[in-house]
Structures are given as structure tokens and as C-alpha cells.
Design a protein around this ligand. Structure first.
Ligand code: DGY
Length: 319
């Protein structure tokens, strides 16, 4: 029997691909950019398994066009790009990579919190632009984290890891959660109360129909005028047009975003010229150790699916 064929949509860090190649014929997309949709479909139709990224649209049409496909394995914890229901209807399990990116993403959340609260990017630019003439008692004043209230929207693994870091900074933590948790890391709150009370609001919910634009004009107007919004989850959780107005009109104090509604952000997007906004290119999980673990997990899910075994980390429609 020939080995199963696996289409992998991007080169992955670490040795996961070598491991996969011991069990399968690997069809690796050669580009640095994701395969265009038509290529993705064409290659998936020839494959027994698909290892994909959050940049690949794995929709019902692709799934229907790929009769050989036995497993879809995503190298990410979020999988809003995959039509899980369509996959399930065709008996195809889908895997993802929860847990291993918790710490890296929580670290980056704090990098953004510090960047906006202490005006790090602005201060760095100030030095490079030659504006630094003296130590100035009144220049570039930021906000102290000790005693500030951090509102964590979504208290899963990453939300809790952010709360743990907040404890070290002496912050008060409020959180929202769908599933009650027993914890001394913070106090549960309704979303509106959290928005009103927080100095920093950080988003950690998955993207779904329910969470799309969950932070819109109404919610931004509930926030304190000096508060910051931090998003390391998914761009469409925030109504970006409302956020741009919030930043220009001072409804909130600033934003730190690792994710945007369209990625990459178009060069003419008005968000790029909004004041007090730090933007990163979706690097929450971007450490070598974490990305290598994610790649290995994606391979483990893929190989289990090819063997007809339960996936170690299966994506479900309601997670
Ligand atoms: C994920 O895994 O969902 C992150 O957004 C990227 O690592």
C-alpha cells in the first residue's frame, strides 16, 4: 500500500515535518504565503490528510471536493477558518493545538499591556526621531499597573495565564466566563460591569457567531475614557470601525492589538493612523519552542486521524 498523502500548507518550525515524512508522503506547499484558495482545494482533493493554518479557508466546498480526506489538522488553537460542521457531516475529524501556546500568548498579552500603558512604542520612536533632549519630569507619562483593574473577557487557559501574570504586577482582576471556574485569580463579573470597571480590557474568547463584534460601539462607550483595549484573540471580536472612532474621539485611552479584522491589515486601513494604537502581526504564539510544539501536535493529530484513531486534540463545534 502506498503511504498516505498529506498536504501541508506551510513549512512548520522544528522537526515535525521530518517525523511526518516517516509515515506519509508529504506534499508541502512551497510558498512563503498561504496557497491561494483554488490551489488549496486542488491539493486537498489529492490528499488523505490536510495540515492547515489559520490563514487557510477550509470551507464546506473544499471538504465536499476532497473525497480522500480522512483528517484535517490545524496548527493553531483557534479554528474559525474551518467549517467543522461540514467536516463532521463527511465523517472527517478536525484537530487543533490547545494548551501549548497558552504561556507564549499570555506573555505577549502582557507585552501589549505594558506597551500601551507605558507608551513604549511612542517612546522608542521619540528616541529614534531625535526628540530626546533631556530627562523630562513631565514627558511620556504612562499608567501604573499596580492597583489597576484588568478585565479579562474569556477565562479559559490563556485568560487564566494572563490573570496569573497580573497578580505579579499587583493588579485587580475581573473576568467573564461561560463556564464557572473555581479560582482565586480574580472575581467573576458580567461583561458590562467589567467594561465599566476596568483600566485594561483584554480579550481571550474564541471567534464564533456569538463573539463576532462582541466589542462594538456600545461596549467601547461603556469603557473608561482612559482605559485600554488589548486583543490577542481574533480581530473580528472587535468592531474595528467602532474602535477607530473610539480612538479618534477619545472614548477609550488606547489599544494594543495582535490581531485585526483583516490580516494582514491593508496598508490604507484607517486603523493604522488611529492614535494610541500599538499593532502587531498576529505573533501571540510566535516563540520557537511554542511553534515547534504546535507543529508536533498538528502532526500527532494528523497521524492519529490517518490510523483511524481518536485525535488527541479534536476541535469541536462548541469549544
Ligand atoms: C492560534 O493558535 O489560534 C493563534 O491565534 C496563533 O497561534
Amino acid at each position: 500500500m502506498p503511504p498516505p498523502r498529506v498536504f501541508v500548507t506551510r513549512r512548520m518550525p522544528g522537526d515535525a515535518l521530518d517525523r511526518l515524512a516517516q509515515h506519509a508522503e508529504v506534499d508541502l506547499w512551497p510558498g512563503d504565503l498561504p496557497p491561494p484558495y483554488d490551489d488549496l482545494v486542488a491539493r486537498a482533493t489529492q490528499a488523505d490528510a490536510l495540515i492547515c493554518m489559520l490563514t487557510d479557508r477550509v470551507d464546506a466546498a473544499l471538504i465536499a471536493a476532497a473525497p480522500r480526506l480522512r483528517v484535517i489538522s490545524q496548527m493553531a488553537v483557534g479554528y474559525d477558518n474551518i467549517d467543522i460542521a461540514a467536516a463532521a457531516a463527511h465523517g472527517i475529524p478536525a484537530g487543533h493545538t490547545p494548551g501549548v501556546l497558552t504561556e507564549a500568548t499570555a506573555d505577549l498579552t502582557f507585552a501589549l499591556i505594558l506597551a500601551v500603558a507605558r507608551r513604549i512604542v511612542e517612546a522608542e520612536r521619540f528616541v529614534r526621531d531625535g526628540h530626546w533632549r533631556t530627562w523630562d519630569p513631565g514627558a511620556l507619562l504612562g499608567v501604573e499597573l499596580r492597583g489597576a483593574t484588568l478585565g479579562i473577557v474569556g477565562f479559559g487557559k490563556i485568560g487564566q495565564a494572563v490573570a496569573l501574570r497580573a497578580r505579579g504586577f499587583g493588579m485587580r482582576v475581573l473576568y467573564t466566563t461561560r463556564t464557572p471556574v473555581t479560582t482565586d485569580l480574580g472575581e467573576p463579573a458580567a461583561l458590562d460591569d467589567l467594561l465599566r470597571a476596568s483600566d485594561i480590557v483584554s480579550l481571550h474568547v474564541p471567534l464564533s457567531a456569538e463573539t463576532t463584534h462582541m466589542i462594538g460601539e456600545r461596549e467601547l462607550r461603556l469603557m473608561k475614557p482612559a482605559a485600554f483595549l488589548v486583543n490577542t484573540a481574533r480581530g473580528p471580536i472587535v468592531d474595528q470601525q467602532a474602535l477607530v472612532r473610539a480612538l479618534h474621539e477619545g472614548w477609550i485611552g488606547g489599544a494594543g492589538l495582535d490581531v485585526t479584522e483583516t490580516e494582514p491589515i491593508p496598508p490604507d486601513d484607517v486603523l493604522l493612523s488611529a492614535p494610541n494604537c500599538v499593532l502587531l502581526p498576529h505573533i501571540g504564539s510566535a516563540t520557537l519552542a511554542t511553534r515547534s510544539r504546535m507543529a508536533n501536535m498538528a502532526v500527532d493529530n494528523c497521524l492519529a486521524g490517518l490510523r483511524g484513531e481518536p485525535l488527541p486534540h479534536r476541535a469541536s463545534t462548541n469549544s
